[in-house]
Each structure stands twice: as structure tokens, then as C-alpha cells.
Design a protein around this ligand. Structure first.
Ligand SMILES: Nc1ncnc2c1ncn2[C@@H]1O[C@H](COP(=O)(O)OP(=O)(O)OP(=O)(O)O)[C@@H](O)[C@H]1O
Length: 223
């Protein structure tokens, strides 16, 4: 479960988040939606401790953002992430896996490489991978960490329709995970999420996906 209460955030004198209150239940898949500049990244960065929280509280899986324990149960896939082009897919995964544990769980690594459909390409240097393959590898690394809470920033950004479908199919297949995913694509939100957290003028209103699609698309400039 994710619980955000009375969160404010600003850059110098520019208020971006104004009393954010949001609950995302355990195993819920929730989209974070808002116009460009609404503050989605600011919210995600606050949740991940990348921006200091001066006012408000954030609980991730029951752990306060003020203590470090939440890091064990949360993983984050940024819109842009760094992989090592001269290493193979498997070597990249091995490297990132080694950051979280001393011993690599070979079975889990195979399972995740298969889940993201990169098993057959695992020995190829990733400089030859397509954008979609790179995104799936990022997703595979995230899933290797096997955390309860996944936070994804525009996971299909820059992908072609086939690449998007492959990523979405993986996200749809995940059960037993609490997911917060920022997205501008209503079709993918409909496919992967049950709820929408709509960030507008510094506050959040939560809707079911159906209610949001039927009654609020014009507010995000999609109708
Ligand atoms: N480091 C910063 N310093 C000053 N202002 C910032 C900084 N980062 C973001 N902002 C401003 O805060 C507001 C919210 O930005 P943010 O990146 O959180 O929005 P967003 O919803 O993620 O946007 P997008 O959909 O374009 O990615 C914007 O007006 C932005 O210009």
C-alpha cells in the first residue's frame, strides 16, 4: 500500500504539489496522469526520496519515507535509465542484480529474462538491442529486485506500437504487485490499470479508470 498525506512540494517559490492525499491499495495498479508540468515527476521523486519532503508524510508498504526500510520493497524504472552498451543483456542484468545482493539468483535471472522475452538474446551486446528490447531489459532488472511496489515513469515512452504492446503485456501479466505508473497514453492505462490518480493544479483526485475515461478526459486535454 502507498499512502501519501498532506504532501507539499515546491521549487524555490514555485509551489508544485499542494496538499496531496493519495492511497493506493496493496496490489492495485494505478496510473498517474496529468498535463505536462503538472508535477508527476515531482511527486514520484518525492516518494523516492530524490527530493526532500518538507511537509507531509509518505508511507510505502507501511514504512515511512523518513526511514530507509522502504527501499527494500520499492523499485523504480525511470523514463531514461543507464545500461552498459558493451555488455550483453545478461551481463547488464547480472551487474544490476549484484547491486542488491551478493549472490546472484541464477534461477530468478533466467525467469525474468524469459518473462521479458530476452532469454534468446541474452548473450548479445545491448548496443544492438532495439529501444523496446532495452526497455524490456530495464523492466527485467526491476522485476529481478522482486519488490512489492513498482513505480514506473512513462514505461512505453518512445516505443513503437509493437514495443509498446510487448511492455504492456508484461505489465498486465504482473500480479501481486502494487504499481504506480505515470503515463500520457489512455489506451495503455485502460489496459493495465484499474484506477487513475489525476494530478491537477497541485492536488490529486482518484477515479476508477472507467469513470475517468467517461467523464474527465477533457481535463487532461484528451477530448
Ligand atoms: N528542478 C526544478 N527546478 C525548478 N522547477 C522545476 C524543477 N523541476 C520541475 N520544475 C517545474 O515544476 C513543475 C512540475 O514539473 P514536473 O517535471 O514534476 O511535471 P511533470 O508532470 O512530470 O511533467 P511532464 O509530463 O512534462 O514530464 C513544472 O512547472 C516544472 O517546470
Amino acid at each position: 500500500m502507498i499512502e501519501i498525506t498532506g504532501l507539499y512540494q515546491s521549487y524555490k517559490d514555485k509551489n508544485v504539489l499542494n496538499n496531496i492525499n493519495l492511497i493506493i491499495e496493496k496490489n492495485e495498479h494505478c496510473a498517474l496522469v496529468g498535463r505536462n508540468g503538472a508535477g508527476k515527476s515531482t511527486l514520484i521523486h518525492s516518494m523516492l526520496g530524490l527530493l526532500p519532503v518538507k511537509k507531509g508524510s509518505i508511507q510505502l508498504g507501511g514504512y515511512s519515507h523518513k526511514k530507509g526500510e522502504w527501499k527494500k520493497i520499492v523499485s523504480y524504472l525511470p523514463e531514461k535509465f543507464h545500461l552498459y552498451p558493451h555488455l550483453t543483456g545478461e551481463e547488464n542484468m547480472r551487474f544490476f542484480a549484484s547491486l542488491s545482493s551478493k549472490e546472484i539468483d541464477e534461477k530468478k535471472m533466467e525467469e525474468k529474462l524469459r518473462l521479458v522475452s530476452l532469454w534468446d538474446d541474452r548473450h548479445h551486446q545491448i548496443k544492438g538491442y532495439s529501444k523496446g528490447m532495452l526497455q524490456r531489459l530495464g523492466l527485467g532488472v526491476m522485476l529481478y529486485y522482486d519488490t512489492d511496489i513498482l513505480i514506473l515513469d512513462e514505461p512505453t515512452s518512445g516505443l513503437d506500437p509493437i514495443g509498446r504492446k510487448e511492455v504492456l503485456d508484461i505489465l498486465k501479466s504482473l500480479s501481486g504487485k502494487t504499481i504506480l505508473m505515470s503515463s500520457h497514453h489512455m489506451d495503455e492505462i485502460k489496459q493495465t490499470c484499474t484506477n487513475v490518480a489525476f494530478l491537477n493544479e497541485g492536488t490529486i483526485i482518484k477515479y476508477t479508470v472507467d469513470d475517468f475515461m467517461s467523464n474527465h478526459l477533457q481535463e487532461v486535454g484528451k477530448k
